[in-house]
Design a binder for this molecule. Structure first.
Ligand code: FAD
Length: 302
């Protein structure tokens, strides 16, 4: 008996979607098409990232504000503490709180030079994600998500140090962890076991990255310490010039990963949408998440 084939599976699964703030009018239009398409799936929240080095403060705020104003969605604002003094970070927290934001994704952030560059905390700043969680909790009783790394963060010398950082975030008030993307579900399961053994009981929600462009994902993975298994490379082999087949394979790969996690008892998923709806929509459909339009069309046809 497969849990993922139960007819009521969609009622047992919750999803959230991640967007990045657009840089141009064209990208803004694409984001908005994506938001419009995914909104009827009723995600628990949608999150908006903060640029590397803290570079998109205004754009993140603008996108969050538009979501609050024009949709029924609940936004979560990503925040980082890299390159900023405490008073500057506190100002941003207050700005979001004044807007009516109640959910945050609290991160240390990467240096402006990008992933892999040496991290130096701001001399008057919050040193890491855990300290930022503490700062947020000092302002309000927010719902705070933090990062988790099934393959450990590249800067963590070992899993014990990595899990210890997650524990500090939980002790400071984090509500849930969202993982870096991964493709090997065993790694995720092992990480969750490690965290539970360390006394961490908050949900550790898998971050799912549908592979829109395998070459880009492979490059990014090597910088952020996520393993691209040989079988995955094999599946996309030769498809760089065949976008249609690439998309079909990507949707099958993501569905396979998510359905396997459902079988392992996972009920919450966070999707890195890359501001594109199609793959995420297809995978959500596979796990029984339906839009209201689809329900209405179905009953009209019956
Ligand atoms: P932390 O959890 O503070 O630290 C990461 C690791 O470094 C820890 O596990 C710890 O082992 C090690 N470490 C840190 N400080 C110490 C120390 N003093 N001593 C020993 N070890 C230490 N980046 C953005 O710029 N904007 C975003 O919007 C964004 N969103 C993200 C969302 C998710 C779900 C995830 C998983 C990542 C996101 N990132 C984002 C990337 C993130 O900023 C980077 O991975 C960054 O390198 C680490 O940030 P963090 O909050 O995970 O760091």
């Amino acid at each position: 008996f497969r849990f993922s084939r139960r007819p009521d599976i969609g009622d047992k699964i919750r999803v959230s979607f991640e967007f990045f703030p657009p840089k141009s009018d064209e990208m803004e239009a694409r984001l908005w098409d994506t938001v419009t398409r995914l909104q009827p799936l009723k995600p628990k929240f949608v999150s908006v990232t903060y640029g590397a080095g803290g570079s998109t403060r205004e754009r993140t705020a603008r996108t969050v504000k538009r979501i609050l104003k024009e949709t029924a969605l609940t936004p979560a604002a990503h925040m980082t503490c890299v390159n900023a003094a405490r008073h500057e970070v506190d100002e941003v927290i207050q700005e979001f709180a004044d807007m009516g934001v109640t959910r945050f994704v609290a991160l240390r952030g990467d240096p402006a030079e990008g992933v892999g560059a040496a991290y130096r905390p701001h001399p008057d700043g919050y040193a890491n994600g855990a300290e930022l969680v503490g700062a947020l909790k000092g302002v309000g009783d927010f719902d705070i998500s933090v990062s988790a790394y099934p393959e450990k963060h590249p800067e963590s010398p070992d899993f014990a140090t990595d899990i210890d950082m997650l524990k500090r975030k939980v002790d400071n008030g984090a509500t849930r962890a969202i993982t870096q993307f991964f493709f090997d579900n065993d790694l995720y399961e092992r990480y969750v076991e490690r965290a539970r053994r360390a006394g961490i009981y908050i949900p550790i929600v898998p971050g799912i990255l549908p592979v829109h462009n395998f070459t880009q994902v492979a490059n990014f993975s090597s910088r952020c310490g996520a393993l691209v298994p040989a079988w995955l490379a094999e599946r996309f082999d030769g498809l760089q010039t065949d976008p249609q087949t690439h998309a079909l394979v990507a949707s099958a790969v993501a569905a396979e990963q998510v359905l396997d996690l459902v079988e392992r008892g996972v009920g919450d998923f966070h999707f890195y949408t890359m501001n594109r709806a199609d793959l995420v929509f297809a995978v959500c459909h596979m796990i029984g998440i339906r839009s209201h339009e689809a329900e209405a069309a179905g009953s009209a046809a019956a």
